[in-house]
Design a protein around this ligand. Structure first.
Ligand code: ACO
Ligand code: ZN
Length: 236
């Protein structure tokens, strides 16, 4: 470590090679602006954690007085600059830990972000829920049994598109499911049911007036931890 400090102080030199920070464990090339900036941010986030402040659009879903905490919902809204930035920054941070790729704007627009906040400002858990499908009963209007409500039901249709050829969708979604595209709990807060509480909030609030069942929540490309959690949570 000592020799490193000496190298680092040699400011005339540009190519220092790869360096692993002993505090945050990030490996990067010292002396290049892009890497130094990335490291500065990562280092600060790792040591200080990521903070949540209040936003105009936020909805507090639950308060957890024991830890001065709460579960907060922020809906991705293009017109809300700071809310958008907070969601994007949090995802970026979570992506680093998950090794996940960046999310498209298209997907973000369909997303709802759930934050688990402790100690008033610390984000210790995060879930990003995306609407993945809406299933409607497809009713065949030409059916002989058109009078019989229960026998009109022929199949389930995903989405609300209707080809107009004698079948129509009932207006009530039969089963609306939700996809979890990001799920993360801070290391020293794991196995305390934080992910469970986050997903319980997602199920209750993702679709207005409709509580989803655990098996109506789908996980996208789960990691090892994610798989263990998901199978326990969905009971599959
Ligand atoms: N190994 C085995 N079982 C587990 C694990 C695990 N690592 N994590 C959760 N479970 C099961 C257990 O049965 C647990 O109950 P128990 O502790 O009483 O045994 C139950 O799930 C509930 O777990 P929670 O405490 O609610 O889960 P936690 O708050 O620890 O968060 C999470 C789980 C989010 C997977 C966390 O470990 C994490 O952030 N890991 C790193 C990031 C990650 O892998 N995220 C998921 C990626 S998938 C995706 O983003 C869609
Ligand atoms: Zn560092």
């Amino acid at each position: 470590v000592k020799s490193y400090e000496q190298t680092y102080l040699d400011l005339g030199q540009k190519n220092f090679g790869t360096y692993t920070c002993p505090e945050c464990q990030m490996s990067y090339v010292q002396g290049t602006l892009a890497d130094d900036t990335l490291h500065t941010n990562f280092h600060r986030l790792t040591l200080e954690g990521i903070k949540y402040h209040s936003y105009q659009d936020e909805i507090t879903l639950e308060t957890i007085p024991e830890i001065n905490g709460r579960v907060v919902l922020l809906v991705y809204n293009e017109t809300r600059f700071f809310e958008k930035l907070k969601i994007k920054n949090t995802i970026e941070w979570v992506n680093l830990e998950l090794g996940a790729v960046e999310m498209t704007e298209e997907k973000l627009k369909m997303s709802k972000a759930y934050f688990y906040v402790a100690n008033k400002y610390d984000i210790v858990g995060f879930a990003l829920a995306v609407r993945i499908e809406k299933a409607y009963r497809v009713v065949d209007s030409s059916s002989e049994n058109a009078q019989n409500e229960s026998r009109k039901v022929s199949k389930l249709q995903i989405g609300n598109d209707n080809d107009g050829s004698g079948i129509f969708c009932s207006t009530k979604p039969l089963r609306a499911a939700c996809g979890i595209s990001r799920l993360w709990v801070k290391r020293d807060y794991r196995r305390k049911k934080i992910a469970t509480k986050l997903l319980d909030s997602v199920r209750k609030n993702f679709i207005y007036g409709c509580e989803l069942k655990p098996d109506e929540v789908a996980f996208s490309q789960p990691s090892g931890d994610g798989k263990a959690f998901a199978s326990q949570y969905t009971g599959t």
